[in-house]
Write a protein that binds this ligand. Sequence first.
Ligand code: SAM
Ligand code: SF4
Length: 296
Amino acid sequence: MKKLLYLGQWFLRARLFGRKAPLQTVLFISDICNLRCKHCSVYELKNPHNMTYEQVGEHLRKSYAAGSRFVDFEGGEVTIWRDGDKRIDDLIDLAKAIGFYSCTITTNAQLPFAGSHADSIWVSLDGAGAYHEEIRGKGTFARLEKHIAECGHRHLCVNMVVNTLNRTAVADTIEYAAKNPAIECISINFHTPFEGTEHLALDMDERARIIDEVIACKKRGYPIMNSVSGLKLMKTNRFVRRCWVTDFVYPDGSRGLCAGHGTGICDRCGFCMAGEMASVFSFRPDTVLAGLKLRV
Ligand SMILES: C[S@@+](CC[C@H](N)C(=O)[O-])C[C@H]1O[C@@H](n2cnc3c(N)ncnc32)[C@H](O)[C@@H]1O
Ligand code: SF4
């Protein structure tokens, strides 16, 4: 109830009075990773950063004070994060103690995460079997399957990023997620052409065609997290951006908007949250419901 009241108040202030306070935080605790995925520009080899427990605490408190109530711990890879005897679960406990309503982690599932303290877990899945491994490396799919099966968490979803390497695998990946009893839902995102990975982005016509395929699956009852309204906006990417809803904190301690902001790639952004947020602000009931289901 408390969460619903806060969400209602936050939304009214934003919608009616134009108040731009963040609601969620994406906190990159490190840019160190145990994989080298072809589509990724986040992992850092030359000059890696790893936040300390204290630094994470400071950032969480700042975000909370600014209005944020939901946090997603990101990397790099959160399951390999260490600061002395502190692990990712200690960061989740800290966020809860500060007052965050819910904490999620996003992981490549190469290490076990059974017993995670997170309220929900996002596992990155870029296709079933060979498609996933083409992007993420040999052996990554078997380890992911094993750790998902062992996890036992009630809220585990998978996140697919569609690019030129796995564009033909979308329907099969949705089918795989639906059939796997350990997976609650799948979200579909598209490759965002950050510097050095531009060649993996789809053209907008192909993207629109794939979105129609995803919408058809959703209408047939597949457990797809994206709302139909949000998906439709992503077909053209022509909508008012509300990226300020998310407070981004980067591994080097800098804070601000999405890394794409100001780089000229927003019209080719593939993050489904951009469309979902725009759709929430237009009072689209399916998106509001999808958002509540995800967060509350
Ligand atoms: C940067 S990773 C960090 C978390 C973790 N290492 C993992 O792979 O799940 C977070 C998510 O961003 C996605 N991602 C990476 N590069 C992307 C890009 N250029 N466009 C869209 N999503 C991207 C990944 O597939 C993953 O789902
Ligand atoms: S596992 Fe995640 S952070 Fe690591 S390289 Fe792949 S997408 Fe990037």
